[in-house]
Design a binder for this molecule. Sequence first.
Ligand code: GLN
Length: 446
Amino acid sequence: ARDYLERIEEGRGLNAFLDVRPEETIRQAEEADRRIAAGQATPLTGIPIAHKDIFVTKEWASTAASRMLEGYMSPFDATVVRSLKDAGMVCMGKLNCDEFAMGSGNENSAYGRVGNPWDANAVPGGSSGGSAAAVAAGLVPIATGTDTGGSIREPAAFCGITGMKPTYGRPSRLGMIAFASSLDTAGLLGQSAEDCAMVLGSMVGHDPWDSTSVDMPREDFSRDLGKSVKGLKIGVPRSWMGDGLDSEVRASIDAVLDFYRREGAEIVDIELPMAKLGVPVYYVVACAEASSNLSRFDGVRYGHRAAEYTDIGDMMKKSRDEGFGPEPKRRIMIGTYVLSHGYYDAYYLKAQKVRRLIAREFHETFRKVDAIACPVTTGTAYDFGANADPVSAYLSDLYTVPASLAGLPGVSMPCGIHSNGRPIGLQLLGEHFTEAKLLHLADAWQ
Ligand code: GLN
């Protein structure tokens, strides 16, 4: 823990951490030592981890990278945080991200942007950018993240590490500061699929305090690591590999597919025609839920309250105006619009119907294939400021949001380095609850 605290100090220039409290970390590490001495250790006891600042923590401030929650101390730990603490993992602090997890470049944090350890001009990806940068720079061996529409898979790809988004409902959402509740999923960013498999088992499980939490038997996600991939069938959505995709990204993905073929897997072409509607559907659904979730920040119950106001209405207006940054405000407005009387049927209801069709298309595809292999993004990490137009930023989520809408698990893994010096990623998607299979496939390549 002390060694990692030193690394975190040396890596401060990345701005990956928002809150570090060495005395708390050392206290947890000493507790881990005691457990090991008493023979009560789990395989994770004493291993450092850091949490995206979307998870609430008792000992570290929880801000969602927003001014709205500056300095906020939660009275409880998120279930995911508590489960990993119970397994003996040592918390190194809280990680920067996009404000309320809204973004793809970690340029939307109220506490400044996060650097990409590969290239000072490149974004680390978002919204779990602090998690990805910290792991890639070796400031922490593994970190939690959240993926609502790609926020684990995309930063993992941009920083050359492995990202694991489990099936929606498998990890608890209790204590995850809500963005879009029907999509928000906790997951991991680590150095390898093996590391993610080790930690995932202690992170998921039924939580009676989360009504969407699924009750599944405990599972050893490492059980298939090292086995052959022979006989597995991998589908490739050909239209995703066409024109819009950087040619070097395509070549790197093809090289991985060739590897799987040589190892005895079968590679087949698939079509996902509904998935191309993913971006508009996602931004209607996610903004609608965000506008509802963020209504709790009213200056009364949590967080920021304006210093001067005339009456309660003015207090709420000023508090929200001062507390929220531009991206949450934009989404609250879009969400309020699509939910309002007269537009609800045309936008929100229509989006829900198309969402169902996208999910059905995936489920039908998974009757024919074990997994889908596809790009994470159309290119590598972009330069700071290069994706500032909100519409182009939203459109860049085209490969990650369809799986989110269907609640599917996904792994993003590094598969090459572009001639621009930045890492290239590939994602593997699977049917609900096939995390072990995806980690197996990723591990085979790694
Ligand atoms: N980039 C997407 C968005 O801005 C995804 C965010 C996420 O997964 N948290 O909404």
